[in-house]
Every structure is written in C-alpha cells, then in structure tokens.
Design a protein around this ligand. Sequence first.
Ligand code: ADP
Length: 456
Amino acid sequence: MNGARAGMFEKVLIANRGEIALRVLRACREMGIATVAVHSTADEAAMHVRLADESVCIGPPPAAESYLNIPAILAACEITGADAVHPGYGFLSENARFAEILAEHGIAFIGPSPEHIRVMGDKIVARRTAAELGIPVVPGSDGAVATLAEAEKIADAMGYPVLIKATAGGGGRGMKVAADKAELENAYLTARAEAQAAFGNDEVYIEKYLDRPRHIEVQIFGDGKGHAVHLGERDCSLQRRHQKVWEEAPSPALNAEQRVEIGAIAAEAAAKMGYAGAGTVEFLYEDGHFHFIEMNTRLQVEHPVTEQITGLDLVQEQIAIASGAPLRYRQEDIRLAGHAIEVRINAEDPRTFAPSPGKVTTVHVPGGLGVRVDSAIYGGYVIPPYYDSLIGKLIVYGKDRIECLMRLKRALDEYVIDGVKTTIPLFRRLLEEPDIQDGLYDIHWLEEWLGQKPET
Ligand code: ADP
C-alpha cells in the first residue's frame, strides 16, 4: 500500500525518546511516512530506535548534549534527508528558535509557528494575549513584578493568598504561594531564585492563588488560516507538586453547556490567532468560573484520553496540518462519546516518589476491550537514570465513568512490571477512595491524601 499523498512528508525525524517517540512513530507508519529515530548513547537499545526505519546517535546521555542538541539534530535531518521533525513533548517541543532554524533549512516543524510558541512561552505575554482574545484569566499583575515592594503593593490590593510565578515557568517550577504578608518576601525571593536556576530567567509575576480549583484544559486544533475546532476537555486535577498523575475526559465536574461554552471560547481564540496545529488551553475551574493559566503549544502527555473519546488520532492530525492540509473536521463533525482515564506509570517508589531506574526484568501489559498501553519498555530493558521517570501510560475507555473505573481496576491488576518500583500500587489504592470513585477531587486532593496516608 502506498500511503504517499501530494504535499505529505516522506520522512519524519522524531526528536524525542520513550513512549512519545513510539507514539509518533506509530502515527507515521499508519500514514505511510518513513521514520528516523535519534538517540543518546544511553538509549542505543531503546524501543524507538529498534522500531524506526533509520536511527542516528546524537550525543552522550545528558539531554543538553543530545535531545536538546540542535546542531546534532539538524545534522541528523541532513544525513537522513528527513523533510519534517516531530518534537513530541518536553525537550525542544516549545523551543521557538528550533522551529525557526528548521524552517531556515527547509525542514518542517510539526507544531505551530515560532511566533505562537514564543507568545505562549512567555506567561505574561500569554496572559495578556489570552485576555485580548476574550479568554477569562486568573486575576493578577499586569506584567512582571520587578521588586518586593511592588509585589507587596499588588498582593495587598488583590488580597492573599497569592502565587508568585515564573514568566518562563514550566513543569511546576518557579512557583511559590504566599498565604499572607509575612510569607511574601520568602515566596518572592525563592520563586525568583528557582526560576533563575531552572530557566536562566528570574522574571516573575503574581496571580491570585485560587483556593480549591480543578485543573481543566481544552484541546484545540487550528489550521493556521483562521479555522479552529476544540476536542473537548481533560480534567487533570489529580496532581503532585503541580505535576499531573491521572487525567480524564470528560471532566466529572462539567455539564454539557459548560463544555460547549469553554470549548467554544478556546477554539475561537485559536481561530483568531491563526493558530496552526495542536494546542491546549489550560484553565483553573472554581465555583463555576474558568480562569486561564497557560497555553501549551504542543502535544500533551495526556492526549490519548481525548483520542479515546473522539476517535481521532491527534498525531496524524498534527502531521496533516503541518504538511499544509486543511482541518479535516468541522466542529459539528466532532463527537465526544464515552469516558477515558489515563494514569501515568512512573519508575518511582509509590510512597516516596524517589526515582527507581534500573533493569526491568518482566513486563506483562494488560489488554482486552477498552485498554491501551503507551509504553516503550520491555523485559530486559534498563531504564536510564538521565531522563524523566515516565515509563508508560495506561489508558482505559468505557461507555461511562463507572465502566471506565472498573476497567482501570482490572487492567491495573493485570499489569506486571518487575525489577523496578512503579506507581501502579498508588493507582490501585486511589481507586478504593470514595472521592475518586465519585470524581470529587481538586488540585490539592492528592497531596492531602498522601499526607494522611503515608503507608501508601
Ligand atoms: P507549569 O507551566 O509550571 O505547569 P501552570 O501555570 O500550568 O504551570 O500551573 C501548574 C499547576 O499549578 C496548575 O495545574 C495548578 O495546580 C497550580 N496553579 C497554577 N496557577 C495557580 C493559581 N493561580 N492558583 C492555584 N493554583 C495554581
């Protein structure tokens, strides 16, 4: 079968590793596109390298010298003749300069324009842009807060608690809460120091700290020519240290009208911007109100729950749009059906969350109706200590939330990963909790529960 179509890429280089490299590879295969894997010397035996049509070693284990090494990735494109790059998530996926450099070399970046990456990568500019596009934002400072005195003035006017956030923030870093005036100085200085260390940029701003919100995000797709659709929302409120551990779609907290309303706001904003490709507009939701926090200009870890309830392949859609194809769906063509939950299987101690790299001796993945495992590990694989600890995602789909929870339970019971510690036991325990069964949780629920249940 010849999958080639006019204008479609012939060879895609996947600038990532682990489960997401495999995810992109699968989409390319189904579209008849050849694949190039890149890898560090620590990943020579990785599954994405084994399965790709070609592979190129791009450097030593530290990500800064391999997966973030733009000249090496560019050289790999030139050597293999790749005509497009998919960045996955993390690494170079939100690096506007990388997208520009690829364009300068006639290579397509499978993602939005460098301009949109840049606008949304600066959280202050992103807030301003969102507000201009008609998206409700969290109350906060108009721009950067340059001095402690200024921070005090704004916090006094807005009322405590407040959150100091890094303009360049990501991954929950450079974020500090001040419950009252006495805590402000420490929060302000710590957030700046953390931001400087993590991002090389200590600029911060202030937001009202919402008390008990849920994290609800909308998946959008734009064609870059003024058309955009939304694919419903994901609820990612179960978090530890501002990092998601469990995601579901639809959100147990929204009704059909709220879903349509917030989806339309996000899609209209994307259309007005002329946004191209996949994006996620993230909100905190409290007392019936949505507040924008940020927009991610890339594929998200949790995209599979949206795929399960829409029946669409988001990576294939990204590739199609990047090749210049129009949006293949209008809003009325998108049907949301059933319920999906994703849990993140990390190689970590389920009690202390300390990383647990090393050799995986046995893997048995669950199967059956409505069960999907996105993972790149195999029996005998050695998890290197250099990268994040996500080793798999278990995604279950059911006609409703109850079926989905029962299926998740039985799938977790089937899942065997021996040799390293994983977060599988954490999810088994969570499923016993009435609040989880009822969908009654906010962004603080998990940390409070972990605090009360040290034996977990
Ligand atoms: P990052 O880019 O570092 O992930 P986000 O702005 O997306 O930062 O926020 C990550 C998480 O931090 C949110 O999901 C939420 O749990 C918490 N958070 C962010 N802003 C606020 C706020 N104003 N009030 C309360 N919690 C917040």
